[in-house]
Design a protein around this ligand. Structure first.
Ligand code: ZN
Length: 133
């Protein structure tokens, strides 16, 4: 991976981290109101949304931190599965990618297969339990 690209990615990650941290510091949990049940439900929805958003941002920060450590260790852009180079195009589209496109597609195919098998197992279980009744 060329040094210029790594410097650009590093600068991008550092700026992104700052932006995310600023957004997270602006989160103020919606305060409970003295209003009616509808108002309180609205407040609860607002709190739930903030919690979900906060979790998502924390997760993203974790990925960014990992990518920054990969840049420091000279492993950024190397697929963690097959150790081949991840294409620059892929890293520009998905800067925190840790898998090359082939390994990512293989992982997704495996996950689809697992879900499909799970559905088949559930169907088989329903058939068995229906026969037992
Ligand atoms: Zn790979």
């Amino acid at each position: 991976m060329d040094k210029k690209f790594l410097k650009e990615q590093e600068a991008y990650f550092l700026k992104l981290m700052d932006d995310i941290r600023n957004k997270m510091s602006n989160f103020t949990g919606a305060k409970l109101t003295d209003g009616d049940v509808v108002d309180q439900c609205h407040t609860n929805d607002e709190n739930d949304k903030n919690i979900k958003l906060n979790k998502r941002m924390t997760n993203f920060l974790r990925k960014i931190t990992h990518s920054l450590s990969q840049i420091e260790n000279n492993t950024y852009g190397t697929c963690t599965e097959c150790e081949c180079d991840i294409s620059k195009d892929r890293l520009q589209a998905r800067p925190t990618a840790t898998l090359c496109i082939d390994c990512k597609e293989a992982q997704e195919a495996y996950e689809r297969c697992t879900h499909k098998n799970r559905a088949i197992h559930q169907l088989a279980w329903v058939n068995v339990s229906n026969k037992m009744q």
